[in-house]
Design a protein around this ligand. Structure first.
Ligand code: GLA
Length: 742
């Protein structure tokens, strides 16, 4: 039994082969966390870990004999007004204006499996024996509110998922001002905090800092995961932790709206991690009989460094968060016309590109922005989801059939949550866009956000797009979201429910996704938001892949994909080869490196194939053949190891090793060329030491091969010759090592 309740000592022990998480129902009926970390033996009574001591008369103690002051207790779900002066996980406004609450243990349930979170994305199990769930219900007598804390322990992973559910049973309504998903406390502060931060074009760069007393936090308030700026993830790691060793605790939020990940260190050096929906601009009214469920937090423990943490997230998210037909399938190699044509295309041009793409081995043609309404630039058309027949006389239906005749699958770009003022949709429904009365209509890229908190808006958009998807041969949809939300206000909600709007918006987005994936289960969805601004676990539940960044420069992509890999699997990372000079930053990198980097994701091209030289086309043909050979392994059946950190040095290195360790693909990429420098040994990881591999790579036209033991490759490494790097052109060159067990 992975979840044990010791009735006498009132201790819950969640434990599997990897982790232990120990909770205690204190004398005053509140919950304390006694331990979270590497698995330890079970025992009848862990309550000796509950400590009290006299500290100061300033901090208040409970009116019971324990002399308990919650300010020093590792509370499982702290509330405001208890004598604990750190940030709480919950705060509830009651009918009389009070914000004080006191939740006491009432009951618990332990059962096999993992229930779904209604209307919210979450990890899942495929059979009941994959996980066990503990639900603990606490009650605040005065307001009549119940709080159910939910914990699922996965049998085969060092993973505990948590969420909370509030139910109002009292007569009078309450308003949740803060309702986080989880709070986790540690006894000391000797940790570094890792976060993935960035901006458009440089998403998810890893940053670390030593914990300090006080609050350190990241958050998103832009309505779309918080934009590219802060990914809903942090990790705490012991100083000295590396890719291979050290203790790490990962906290990832399965959510695409405003989020908060906060770490507070008290002056007693205790560390409290809080994560969930950002309380800023959030207030959720609960009337009698109503419930509110928070998003899911996914806690991963690793004592094998950051690499161990990442591989757990990869496996869990790839197989138990992503869903649908495409989850376990290698993804089609695509050509997207965006950087090749931008808005300047017609049917003839698209078909010519598609014809050439087919010759090269491409499988899917993606028609990006500009096919609908009167959209010839970004000032108009969003909201009018019907084909622009001037550009595409055959219609989407006809074009999709022509693509099939060429032998390609066909995909479409949409941006369903948006509207341009210059559109039929806006002219018919000006009140459907998000706007605060009397306030300036802030626009970005000439567009406004539709109020997806309203069912009729979601229904209308659904009907428009479902009509096209049903009438045409469409096997892929790129769902974009190109602006942040401002002046969050819904014309449809009463004053006392305006604080619900931003969360209701995201629930609306999720519900539309859910409807479309149920109606069109064969379609592969890719989420996108001005590049990678909505790259979060919530999206992965609906769309198994996401556009990683608009920045397709090979060197920048090394950094972005390296950072993204801390949490997200390669099967989720949209990675394309684009033209040079690169459209985002003007840099020219070799086609071989652009291809090599894009292979570690869902592979494709984003350029005008008709403008490529014969020599370039030959390279593309080869790249596509190689990707077809390895994509199954890369995307569905491998472990990923980061080897050389581009944020720390002049090189990027990583390797994908098949689960059976019989084959592997490693990338070595140099940033700038250096002359007369030290020797290079590229040390691999994840191989079987006792297996002899054939190592195959090419330097320009020359193909080389040699045998080496796994231990040799991991301990000594591959000698990378500086002369070879220079011969290939020096700057931004890369070598792809293909390893096959002999
Ligand atoms: C966003 C996306 C791009 C492209 C454009 C189209 O910026 O990230 O890939 O689809 O929109 O307008």
């Amino acid at each position: 039994m992975p979840i044990i309740y010791h009735e006498k000592s009132r201790v819950f022990h969640l434990t599997n082969e990897y982790v232990s998480y120990i909770l205690y129902v204190m004398e005053n009926d509140q919950l304390e966390n006694l331990y979270y970390g590497k698995r330890i033996h079970d025992r009848e009574d862990f309550s000796y870990l509950h400590e009290t001591t006299w500290r100061s008369q300033m901090t208040l103690s409970m009116p019971d004999p324990s002399n308990l002051s919650l300010h020093y207790v590792r509370q499982e779900y702290p509330f405001f007004g208890s004598g604990d002066y750190r940030s709480p996980a919950g705060e509830i406004l009651q009918a009389d204006g009070s914000r004080v609450s006191d939740f006491k243990f009432r009951s618990y349930k332990i059962f096999a499996g993992k229930p779904a979170l209604q209307g919210l994305p979450a990890t899942y199990v495929e059979s009941e024996d994959e996980a066990e769930t503990l639900e603990i219900t606490l009650t605040d007598e005065v307001s009549g509110t119940d709080l159910t804390l939910s914990y699922t322990l996965f049998r085969d992973y060092p993973v505990i998922t948590r969420h909370s559910r509030f139910t109002q049973n009292g007569e009078k309504p309450v308003t949740l001002l803060k309702a986080l998903s989880a709070s986790v406390e540690f006894l000391d502060m000797d940790y570094e905090m890792l976060q993935l931060s960035g901006a458009w074009g440089r998403e998810r760069h890893p940053h670390t800092r030593r914990l300090e007393r006080g609050i350190q936090a990241i958050q998103g308030l832009a309505g779309t995961t918080g934009g590219a700026e802060q990914n809903p993830f942090i990790a705490l790691m012991r100083p000295g932790t590396t890719e291979k060793s050290g203790e790490v605790y990962g906290f990832s939020l399965v959510y695409s709206g405003n989020h908060l990940e906060q770490v507070e260190v008290s002056t007693f050096d205790m560390t409290r991690v809080l994560l969930g929906i950002n309380p800023q601009n959030f207030a959720w009214k609960l009337c009698r009989g109503e419930s509110f469920t928070t998003p899911e937090a996914v806690l991963v423990y690793s004592d094998e460094g950051l690499g161990g943490m990442s591989r757990t997230y990869h496996d869990l998210y790839r197989t138990r968060l992503a869903r649908g037909e495409w989850r376990d399938k290698a993804r089609p190699i695509l050509l997207n016309n965006w950087e090749g044509t931008y808005f300047d295309f017609n049917e003839e041009k698209l078909l010519a590109m598609a014809g050439k793409a087919k010759e090269l081995g491409v499988e899917l043609f993606v028609l990006d922005d500009g096919w609908f309404g009167k959209r010839n630039d970004d000032t108009s058309g969003l909201g009018d989801w019907f084909c622009n027949l001037e550009k595409i006389p055959s219609g989407i239906d006809g074009l999709s059939r022509k693509m099939e005749e060429i032998g390609l699958k066909f995909g479409l770009w949409v941006e369903l949550e948006m509207v341009n003022k210059d559109s039929d949709l806006y002219r018919a429904h000006p009140d459907w866009m998000i706007q605060a009365p009397g306030r300036y209509h802030c626009q970005a890229r000439h567009q406004h956000v539709l109020d997806f908190s309203r069912q009729e808006v979601v229904d209308h958009i659904h009907d428009m797009i479902a009509k096209i998807l049903a009438a045409s041969k469409i096997s892929y949809v790129k769902w974009d979201m190109n602006r942040y939300m401002t002046a969050a206000f819904s014309q449809d909600l009463p004053a006392d429910r305006q604080g619900e709007m931003m969360h209701r918006y995201i629930l609306g987005v999720y519900s539309l996704y859910e409807r479309l994936i149920r109606e069109f289960p064969h379609i592969l969805f890719e989420s996108c938001a001005s590049g990678g601004a909505r790259f979060d676990p919530g999206m992965l539940y609906y769309a198994p892949q996401a556009w990683t960044s608009d920045d397709t420069d090979a060197y920048e992509r090394c950094r972005i994909q390296y950072g993204t890999s801390f949490v997200y699997p390669l099967s989720m990372m949209g990675a394309h080869v684009s033209a040079v000079p690169n459209h985002q930053l003007g840099r020219t990198t070799p086609l071989s490196t652009r291809g090599n980097v894009a292979m570690f994701g869902t592979f494709g091209y984003e350029l005008d194939v008709l403008k490529m030289t014969e020599e370039e086309l030959a390279v593309v043909r080869e790249q596509i053949l190689r990707m077809k050979k390895y994509r199954e392994m890369i995307q569905t059946d491998s472990d990923f190891y980061r080897l050389l950190d581009p944020y720390k040095g002049n090189e990027t290195g990583w390797i994908c090793v098949s689960k059976d360790k019989r084959s592997a693909l490693a990338l070595y990429c140099q940033t700038l060329n250096r002359v007369n420098e030290s020797w290079i040994r590229f040390k691999l990881d994840g191989l079987c030491g006792d297996v002899s591999y054939t190592v195959r790579y090419s330097i320009g036209e020359e193909i080389r091969e040699y045998p080496a033991w796994g231990d040799e490759l991991m301990r000594i490494g591959i000698p990378v010759k500086r002369n070879d790097l220079s011969a290939m052109g020096g700057d931004f060159v890369s070598i792809l090592y293909e390893l096959q067990a002999e």
